[in-house]
Design a protein around this ligand. Structure first.
Ligand code: KG4
Ligand code: ZN
Length: 339
């Protein structure tokens, strides 16, 4: 294997069938096929539909990624695949494909943690050296503040949501506002024409720890919509979004200051939110903190992040997984890969 491993990463934890290829920290290909439209009429991801769609899309997505990267399958040094958390049936399609490839190519395989992979995508920005950071991981299932030192070996979780995740809150409020699924991007779009100060929604759990709570905010929005039938939806969306952004950034920046770490890495699907990105830029600048946010397309689920974490694991001398490793619907954040 050359000093820069050529890694193929497969992601199928939810509704995206995604394959990324990296060489070391260089992104060569990132191909995504989404079954989101097949789930839209149900207002949420239907696990069996997602699994079937993965099975159909997988061969084409792998071939397309190899074409984009201009590499041959036989040149791949290691295979990475999301082993959890996620929908078990969906994960099994990805892990089966990955294990088949690893066996056929006789190459190592790494079952990786989807959550660590969200953070690891930051490694693909080669202009930066990998250094300690406070991670704000905000996805459909998680909202956590993390101390990141070595992603391939583990992270320490400083705090997490005690109820809904940030993305879940976006999705639930979007449903109340009768917006399209998935709700996060729909609220992001609608909020652009609304007034973020129109409604003073509660900020929830302003405690001195690093935990979050979004259920009170959800109840407040629901109550407001019942009490004010003439509510301007764009104002509700913008004010709700502002409350989420405020809470997330207040605690994340406090974690940087209290831990003496001057770098904030924001990752996960909600990190694609335009208001979160803009406000993070403003607050980090004021606090003299370096802000690291992957491009929006690499914040939502993709295969490049799985390849990136696998590449860090290979370079860091982490032992590969053994064929037949478990897929897990829930996994602690501090376990980046497992055997
Ligand atoms: O990381 P991700 O793609 O999948 C999980 O691992 O969960 O995150 C999905 C979540 C969904 O809740 C989606 O509504 C939210 O990220 N999301 C957004 C935006 N784009 C995706 N939330 C707010 N603004 C966005 N632009
Ligand atoms: Zn994700």
């Amino acid at each position: 294997m050359s000093s820069q491993p050529l890694v193929l990463g497969i992601e199928t934890s939810c509704d995206e069938t995604a394959v990324g290829i990296v060489r070391g920290r260089t992104l060569l290909a990132n191909v995504i096929s989404s079954s989101v439209e097949e789930h839209a009429r149900f207002g949420g991801v239907v696990p069996e539909i997602a699994s079937r769609a993965h099975l159909e899309a997988m061969p084409f997505v792998i071939k397309q990624a190899l074409r984009e990267a201009k590499v041959a399958l036989r040149d791949i040094d290691a295979i990475g695949v999301t082993a959890g958390p996620g929908l078990i049936g969906a994960l099994l399609v990805g892990t089966s494909a990955a294990e088949g490839l690893a066996l056929a190519l006789d190459k190592p395989i790494y079952g990786v943690n989807h959550l660590s992979a969200h953070l690891a995508v930051d490694a693909l920005d080669e202009s930066r050296s990998l250094q300690p950071a406070i991670g704000l991981l905000v996805s459909g299932g998680h909202s956590s503040i993390i101390e990141v030192t070595d992603l391939a070996k583990g992270v320490s979780v400083l705090g997490a949501t005690i109820d809904d995740a940030a993305g879940e809150a976006f999705d639930k409020i979007a449903r109340l506002l009768e917006l399209d699924f998935p709700g996060g991007p729909a609220i992001d779009r609608l909020a652009k024409s609304g007034d973020p100060e129109a409604i003073d929604f509660p900020r929830g759990l302003q405690s001195s720890d690093y935990n979050f709570s979004f259920s009170g905010l959800k109840t407040a929005v629901s109550r407001y919509l019942k009490q004010v039938p003439s509510a301007v939806k764009a104002d509700v969306a913008a004010s709700f979004q502002e409350a989420v952004v405020d809470v997330l950034l207040t605690k994340a920046i406090r974690a940087c200051t209290e831990k003496g770490i001057d770098s904030l890495l924001i990752a996960g699907g909600v990190a694609a939110n335009s208001r979160l990105r803009a406000e993070a830029q403003r607050r980090c600048h004021l606090a003299k903190i370096e802000l690291r946010t992957p491009p929006a397309a690499l914040c939502t689920d993709n295969g490049a992040m799985v390849a990136a974490l696998t590449s860090l694991a290979v370079s860091g001398g982490v032992s590969p997984s053994t064929i037949g490793f478990s897929t897990l619907s829930t996994v602690p954040l501090d376990q980046p890969t497992w055997s």
